[in-house]
Design a protein around this ligand. Structure first.
Ligand SMILES: Cc1ncc(C[n+]2csc(CCOP(=O)(O)OP(=O)(O)O)c2C)c(N)n1
Ligand SMILES: [Mg+2]
Length: 333
Protein backbone atom coordinates (compact mmCIF):
# COMPACT_ATOMS: atom_id res chain seq x y z
CA UNK A 1 0.00 0.00 0.00
CA UNK A 2 1.38 3.46 -0.88
CA UNK A 3 2.00 5.97 1.89
CA UNK A 4 -0.76 8.11 0.42
CA UNK A 5 -3.31 5.31 0.49
CA UNK A 6 -2.33 4.40 4.04
CA UNK A 7 -2.91 8.01 5.05
CA UNK A 8 -6.36 7.96 3.49
CA UNK A 9 -7.36 4.57 4.83
CA UNK A 10 -6.30 5.66 8.32
CA UNK A 11 -9.11 8.24 8.28
CA UNK A 12 -11.80 5.57 8.32
CA UNK A 13 -13.63 5.68 11.67
CA UNK A 14 -10.98 7.82 13.34
CA UNK A 15 -12.58 11.13 14.19
CA UNK A 16 -9.46 12.54 15.86
CA UNK A 17 -7.63 11.96 12.61
CA UNK A 18 -10.36 13.81 10.72
CA UNK A 19 -9.72 16.77 12.99
CA UNK A 20 -5.96 16.44 12.63
CA UNK A 21 -6.19 16.27 8.82
CA UNK A 22 -8.35 19.39 8.82
CA UNK A 23 -5.74 21.17 10.96
CA UNK A 24 -3.10 19.99 8.49
CA UNK A 25 -4.98 21.50 5.54
CA UNK A 26 -5.59 24.77 7.39
CA UNK A 27 -1.94 25.19 8.41
CA UNK A 28 -0.74 24.06 4.99
CA UNK A 29 -2.87 26.71 3.27
CA UNK A 30 -1.78 29.41 5.70
CA UNK A 31 1.88 28.70 5.02
CA UNK A 32 1.29 28.36 1.26
CA UNK A 33 -0.24 31.81 1.26
CA UNK A 34 2.76 33.23 3.12
CA UNK A 35 5.24 31.59 0.76
CA UNK A 36 3.51 33.13 -2.27
CA UNK A 37 3.15 36.51 -0.56
CA UNK A 38 6.84 36.63 0.31
CA UNK A 39 7.79 35.79 -3.29
CA UNK A 40 9.48 32.52 -2.36
CA UNK A 41 7.02 30.76 -4.67
CA UNK A 42 6.07 32.52 -7.91
CA UNK A 43 2.77 32.39 -9.77
CA UNK A 44 -0.61 32.01 -8.18
CA UNK A 45 -2.50 29.64 -5.92
CA UNK A 46 -6.09 29.01 -4.86
CA UNK A 47 -6.70 28.25 -1.21
CA UNK A 48 -9.49 26.17 0.33
CA UNK A 49 -9.47 27.66 3.83
CA UNK A 50 -12.92 27.09 5.37
CA UNK A 51 -13.64 24.11 3.13
CA UNK A 52 -11.66 21.47 5.03
CA UNK A 53 -14.69 19.47 6.22
CA UNK A 54 -15.84 18.84 2.66
CA UNK A 55 -12.45 17.49 1.55
CA UNK A 56 -11.89 15.29 4.59
CA UNK A 57 -15.51 14.11 4.85
CA UNK A 58 -15.40 12.97 1.23
CA UNK A 59 -12.05 11.22 1.70
CA UNK A 60 -13.45 9.14 4.56
CA UNK A 61 -16.00 7.36 2.36
CA UNK A 62 -14.02 6.37 -0.71
CA UNK A 63 -12.42 2.98 -1.26
CA UNK A 64 -9.05 2.21 -2.82
CA UNK A 65 -9.30 2.38 -6.62
CA UNK A 66 -12.18 4.84 -6.59
CA UNK A 67 -11.15 8.00 -8.44
CA UNK A 68 -11.70 11.72 -8.11
CA UNK A 69 -11.37 14.53 -10.66
CA UNK A 70 -11.06 17.82 -8.82
CA UNK A 71 -10.09 21.43 -9.51
CA UNK A 72 -7.25 23.91 -9.12
CA UNK A 73 -8.55 24.62 -5.59
CA UNK A 74 -7.54 21.18 -4.39
CA UNK A 75 -4.62 21.26 -1.98
CA UNK A 76 -7.18 20.21 0.63
CA UNK A 77 -8.57 17.37 -1.46
CA UNK A 78 -5.01 16.16 -2.16
CA UNK A 79 -4.05 16.17 1.53
CA UNK A 80 -7.37 14.67 2.62
CA UNK A 81 -7.04 11.89 0.09
CA UNK A 82 -3.59 11.06 1.41
CA UNK A 83 -0.89 13.02 -0.38
CA UNK A 84 1.73 14.04 2.16
CA UNK A 85 2.26 17.67 2.99
CA UNK A 86 5.84 17.30 1.80
CA UNK A 87 4.86 15.92 -1.62
CA UNK A 88 2.14 18.55 -2.04
CA UNK A 89 4.39 21.43 -0.98
CA UNK A 90 7.26 20.14 -3.13
CA UNK A 91 4.91 20.17 -6.11
CA UNK A 92 3.82 23.73 -5.38
CA UNK A 93 7.48 24.73 -5.07
CA UNK A 94 8.29 23.04 -8.40
CA UNK A 95 10.58 20.40 -6.91
CA UNK A 96 11.33 16.99 -8.40
CA UNK A 97 9.95 15.28 -5.26
CA UNK A 98 6.49 16.79 -5.83
CA UNK A 99 3.53 14.56 -6.70
CA UNK A 100 3.82 15.54 -10.40
CA UNK A 101 7.60 15.76 -10.39
CA UNK A 102 7.44 19.52 -9.90
CA UNK A 103 6.20 20.26 -13.41
CA UNK A 104 2.54 20.78 -12.47
CA UNK A 105 2.50 23.18 -9.56
CA UNK A 106 -0.34 24.29 -7.31
CA UNK A 107 -3.15 23.61 -9.79
CA UNK A 108 -2.09 20.13 -10.88
CA UNK A 109 -2.11 17.72 -7.99
CA UNK A 110 -2.21 14.02 -8.81
CA UNK A 111 -1.47 10.61 -7.35
CA UNK A 112 -2.51 7.46 -9.15
CA UNK A 113 -2.19 5.37 -6.01
CA UNK A 114 -5.13 7.19 -4.41
CA UNK A 115 -7.14 7.73 -7.58
CA UNK A 116 -6.43 11.46 -7.59
CA UNK A 117 -6.68 12.24 -11.29
CA UNK A 118 -4.68 15.31 -12.29
CA UNK A 119 -6.55 18.36 -11.03
CA UNK A 120 -7.49 20.85 -13.69
CA UNK A 121 -7.67 24.61 -14.16
CA UNK A 122 -10.31 24.26 -16.88
CA UNK A 123 -13.64 25.02 -15.24
CA UNK A 124 -15.84 21.94 -15.55
CA UNK A 125 -12.97 19.99 -17.13
CA UNK A 126 -13.04 17.24 -14.51
CA UNK A 127 -16.69 16.27 -14.96
CA UNK A 128 -16.49 14.50 -18.33
CA UNK A 129 -13.27 12.85 -17.13
CA UNK A 130 -15.02 11.48 -14.02
CA UNK A 131 -18.01 10.38 -16.11
CA UNK A 132 -15.60 8.65 -18.50
CA UNK A 133 -13.84 6.86 -15.63
CA UNK A 134 -17.25 5.76 -14.35
CA UNK A 135 -18.15 4.45 -17.82
CA UNK A 136 -14.91 2.43 -17.81
CA UNK A 137 -15.80 0.96 -14.39
CA UNK A 138 -19.26 0.06 -15.68
CA UNK A 139 -17.97 -1.59 -18.86
CA UNK A 140 -15.36 -3.54 -16.90
CA UNK A 141 -17.93 -4.58 -14.29
CA UNK A 142 -15.83 -3.09 -11.52
CA UNK A 143 -17.43 -1.93 -8.27
CA UNK A 144 -15.53 1.37 -8.31
CA UNK A 145 -16.97 4.86 -8.13
CA UNK A 146 -15.77 8.12 -9.72
CA UNK A 147 -16.26 11.51 -8.11
CA UNK A 148 -16.30 14.85 -9.89
CA UNK A 149 -15.55 17.73 -7.51
CA UNK A 150 -16.14 21.26 -8.79
CA UNK A 151 -17.33 24.76 -7.87
CA UNK A 152 -20.71 26.47 -8.01
CA UNK A 153 -19.76 28.52 -11.09
CA UNK A 154 -18.85 25.32 -12.92
CA UNK A 155 -22.53 24.36 -12.94
CA UNK A 156 -23.03 27.05 -15.60
CA UNK A 157 -20.59 25.33 -17.96
CA UNK A 158 -21.76 23.07 -20.78
CA UNK A 159 -19.64 20.18 -19.55
CA UNK A 160 -21.74 20.06 -16.35
CA UNK A 161 -24.98 19.53 -18.26
CA UNK A 162 -23.49 17.11 -20.78
CA UNK A 163 -21.88 15.03 -18.03
CA UNK A 164 -25.01 14.87 -15.88
CA UNK A 165 -27.15 13.98 -18.86
CA UNK A 166 -24.93 11.14 -20.01
CA UNK A 167 -24.32 9.85 -16.49
CA UNK A 168 -28.06 9.79 -15.83
CA UNK A 169 -29.10 8.04 -19.01
CA UNK A 170 -26.35 5.42 -18.69
CA UNK A 171 -26.67 5.16 -14.88
CA UNK A 172 -22.94 5.64 -14.44
CA UNK A 173 -21.30 5.08 -11.03
CA UNK A 174 -20.35 8.72 -10.58
CA UNK A 175 -21.03 11.29 -7.86
CA UNK A 176 -21.06 14.97 -8.80
CA UNK A 177 -20.04 17.14 -5.85
CA UNK A 178 -20.64 20.87 -6.04
CA UNK A 179 -18.49 22.86 -3.67
CA UNK A 180 -20.85 25.82 -3.47
CA UNK A 181 -18.61 28.42 -1.83
CA UNK A 182 -20.89 31.29 -2.96
CA UNK A 183 -18.33 32.86 -5.35
CA UNK A 184 -16.96 32.21 -8.83
CA UNK A 185 -13.83 34.33 -9.05
CA UNK A 186 -14.91 37.87 -8.08
CA UNK A 187 -18.66 37.42 -8.62
CA UNK A 188 -21.19 36.45 -5.97
CA UNK A 189 -23.45 33.63 -7.11
CA UNK A 190 -26.59 35.82 -7.28
CA UNK A 191 -24.94 37.90 -10.03
CA UNK A 192 -24.21 34.94 -12.30
CA UNK A 193 -26.71 32.20 -11.57
CA UNK A 194 -30.53 32.40 -11.41
CA UNK A 195 -30.78 29.92 -8.49
CA UNK A 196 -28.62 29.50 -5.40
CA UNK A 197 -29.70 25.93 -4.54
CA UNK A 198 -27.75 24.27 -7.31
CA UNK A 199 -28.72 20.69 -6.44
CA UNK A 200 -32.12 21.54 -7.95
CA UNK A 201 -30.47 21.26 -11.36
CA UNK A 202 -30.41 17.46 -10.92
CA UNK A 203 -34.17 17.38 -11.56
CA UNK A 204 -33.56 18.16 -15.24
CA UNK A 205 -31.72 14.86 -15.49
CA UNK A 206 -34.09 12.84 -13.30
CA UNK A 207 -31.13 12.39 -10.96
CA UNK A 208 -31.31 12.21 -7.15
CA UNK A 209 -29.67 15.07 -5.31
CA UNK A 210 -28.59 15.91 -1.79
CA UNK A 211 -28.03 19.32 -0.22
CA UNK A 212 -25.58 19.22 2.68
CA UNK A 213 -23.95 21.59 5.14
CA UNK A 214 -20.37 21.44 3.87
CA UNK A 215 -19.04 22.95 7.10
CA UNK A 216 -20.20 19.94 9.13
CA UNK A 217 -17.97 16.94 8.56
CA UNK A 218 -20.51 14.52 10.02
CA UNK A 219 -23.19 15.73 7.63
CA UNK A 220 -20.75 15.58 4.73
CA UNK A 221 -19.81 12.01 5.55
CA UNK A 222 -23.46 10.96 5.76
CA UNK A 223 -24.37 12.59 2.44
CA UNK A 224 -21.33 11.24 0.63
CA UNK A 225 -21.92 7.75 2.00
CA UNK A 226 -25.45 7.79 0.63
CA UNK A 227 -24.34 9.02 -2.80
CA UNK A 228 -21.24 6.81 -3.12
CA UNK A 229 -22.99 3.68 -1.84
CA UNK A 230 -25.83 4.24 -4.30
CA UNK A 231 -23.40 4.56 -7.19
CA UNK A 232 -21.55 1.43 -6.05
CA UNK A 233 -24.80 -0.54 -5.93
CA UNK A 234 -25.46 0.36 -9.55
CA UNK A 235 -28.18 2.90 -8.85
CA UNK A 236 -26.44 5.58 -10.93
CA UNK A 237 -25.25 9.11 -10.24
CA UNK A 238 -26.18 11.62 -7.53
CA UNK A 239 -25.66 15.37 -7.47
CA UNK A 240 -24.45 16.53 -4.05
CA UNK A 241 -24.40 20.22 -3.26
CA UNK A 242 -22.24 21.16 -0.28
CA UNK A 243 -22.81 24.65 1.10
CA UNK A 244 -19.42 26.08 2.00
CA UNK A 245 -17.67 29.44 1.99
CA UNK A 246 -14.37 30.59 0.60
CA UNK A 247 -12.68 32.24 3.62
CA UNK A 248 -9.92 33.70 1.43
CA UNK A 249 -10.02 35.45 -1.93
CA UNK A 250 -10.29 33.63 -5.26
CA UNK A 251 -6.53 33.44 -5.70
CA UNK A 252 -3.58 34.79 -3.84
CA UNK A 253 -3.79 38.27 -5.36
CA UNK A 254 -7.45 38.73 -4.39
CA UNK A 255 -8.36 40.36 -1.08
CA UNK A 256 -12.09 39.78 -1.71
CA UNK A 257 -13.03 43.38 -1.02
CA UNK A 258 -16.26 42.82 -2.98
CA UNK A 259 -17.79 40.71 -0.21
CA UNK A 260 -20.77 42.24 1.61
CA UNK A 261 -19.90 43.44 5.12
CA UNK A 262 -20.35 40.75 7.77
CA UNK A 263 -20.65 37.83 5.33
CA UNK A 264 -17.24 36.33 6.09
CA UNK A 265 -17.75 36.78 9.85
CA UNK A 266 -21.11 35.02 9.63
CA UNK A 267 -19.53 32.00 7.95
CA UNK A 268 -16.55 32.00 10.29
CA UNK A 269 -18.96 31.18 13.10
CA UNK A 270 -19.48 27.90 11.24
CA UNK A 271 -15.75 27.32 10.77
CA UNK A 272 -15.52 23.55 10.18
CA UNK A 273 -12.52 23.22 12.47
CA UNK A 274 -14.39 24.96 15.28
CA UNK A 275 -17.49 22.81 14.73
CA UNK A 276 -15.42 19.62 14.80
CA UNK A 277 -13.61 20.77 17.95
CA UNK A 278 -16.95 21.34 19.63
CA UNK A 279 -18.32 17.96 18.54
CA UNK A 280 -15.23 16.05 19.64
CA UNK A 281 -15.01 17.90 22.95
CA UNK A 282 -18.64 17.02 23.66
CA UNK A 283 -17.85 13.38 22.96
CA UNK A 284 -14.94 13.55 25.42
CA UNK A 285 -12.39 12.92 22.67
CA UNK A 286 -10.77 16.37 22.83
CA UNK A 287 -9.90 18.84 25.58
CA UNK A 288 -8.68 22.42 25.44
CA UNK A 289 -5.14 21.29 26.29
CA UNK A 290 -5.16 18.60 23.61
CA UNK A 291 -6.42 21.08 21.01
CA UNK A 292 -3.52 23.44 21.81
CA UNK A 293 -1.03 20.55 21.67
CA UNK A 294 -2.34 19.33 18.32
CA UNK A 295 -2.28 22.80 16.80
CA UNK A 296 1.30 23.41 17.99
CA UNK A 297 2.42 20.01 16.67
CA UNK A 298 0.85 20.81 13.29
CA UNK A 299 2.74 24.11 13.01
CA UNK A 300 5.95 22.15 13.56
CA UNK A 301 4.90 19.37 11.15
CA UNK A 302 4.16 21.73 8.24
CA UNK A 303 7.31 23.68 8.96
CA UNK A 304 9.33 20.48 8.56
CA UNK A 305 7.54 19.60 5.31
CA UNK A 306 8.37 23.04 3.91
CA UNK A 307 11.99 22.90 5.01
CA UNK A 308 12.37 19.45 3.48
CA UNK A 309 10.85 20.65 0.18
CA UNK A 310 13.15 23.70 0.20
CA UNK A 311 16.19 21.41 0.18
CA UNK A 312 14.84 19.15 -2.58
CA UNK A 313 16.23 19.33 -6.14
CA UNK A 314 14.44 20.93 -9.05
CA UNK A 315 13.43 18.70 -11.98
CA UNK A 316 16.02 18.36 -14.74
CA UNK A 317 15.46 19.67 -18.26
CA UNK A 318 14.80 16.10 -19.48
CA UNK A 319 11.58 16.18 -17.43
CA UNK A 320 10.08 18.37 -20.17
CA UNK A 321 9.91 15.34 -22.45
CA UNK A 322 8.41 12.89 -19.96
CA UNK A 323 4.71 12.10 -19.61
CA UNK A 324 3.80 13.57 -23.00
CA UNK A 325 2.47 11.75 -26.04
CA UNK A 326 5.35 12.50 -28.41
CA UNK A 327 8.61 14.35 -28.09
CA UNK A 328 9.90 15.92 -31.27
CA UNK A 329 13.59 15.18 -31.67
CA UNK A 330 15.80 18.24 -31.97
CA UNK A 331 17.01 18.47 -35.53
CA UNK A 332 19.28 20.78 -37.43
CA UNK A 333 17.57 19.90 -40.72
C1 LIG B 1 -13.41 27.01 -19.14
C2 LIG B 1 -12.96 28.11 -18.23
N1 LIG B 1 -13.61 29.29 -18.24
C3 LIG B 1 -13.22 30.30 -17.42
C4 LIG B 1 -12.13 30.14 -16.60
C5 LIG B 1 -11.70 31.28 -15.68
N2 LIG B 1 -12.04 30.98 -14.27
C6 LIG B 1 -11.09 30.56 -13.42
S1 LIG B 1 -11.72 30.27 -11.88
C7 LIG B 1 -13.27 30.71 -12.37
C8 LIG B 1 -14.40 30.67 -11.38
C9 LIG B 1 -14.76 29.30 -10.91
O1 LIG B 1 -15.59 29.36 -9.80
P1 LIG B 1 -16.18 28.06 -9.13
O2 LIG B 1 -16.50 27.04 -10.16
O3 LIG B 1 -17.27 28.47 -8.23
O4 LIG B 1 -14.93 27.47 -8.30
P2 LIG B 1 -14.16 28.13 -7.06
O5 LIG B 1 -13.03 28.95 -7.62
O6 LIG B 1 -15.11 28.94 -6.28
O7 LIG B 1 -13.61 26.96 -6.29
C10 LIG B 1 -13.28 31.10 -13.70
C11 LIG B 1 -14.49 31.54 -14.42
C12 LIG B 1 -11.46 28.90 -16.63
N3 LIG B 1 -10.40 28.65 -15.84
N4 LIG B 1 -11.90 27.88 -17.42
MG1 LIG C 1 -17.19 28.90 -6.21
Amino acid sequence: MSTSLERREALKDNEILWYERMLEIREFEKRTNELFASGEIRGTTHLCVGQEALAVGLATVLEPEDVIAATYRSHGIALAFGLTSHSTMAEIMGKATGCAGGVGGSMHMCDKSIGLLPTSAIIGGGMPVAAGAALAFQIQNKPQVAVAFFGDAATNIGAFHESLNLAAIWKLPVVFVIDNNVYGEYSRINLTTPIEDLHLRAASYDMPSIKVDGMDIYAVQEAMTQAVDGARRGEGPTLVEAKTYRFSGHSRADQALYRPAGELEMWQKKDPILLTEQALTKKGLLSEAKILDMKAAMVEFIDQAINQARLDPEPGLEQMFENIYTAAKASNA
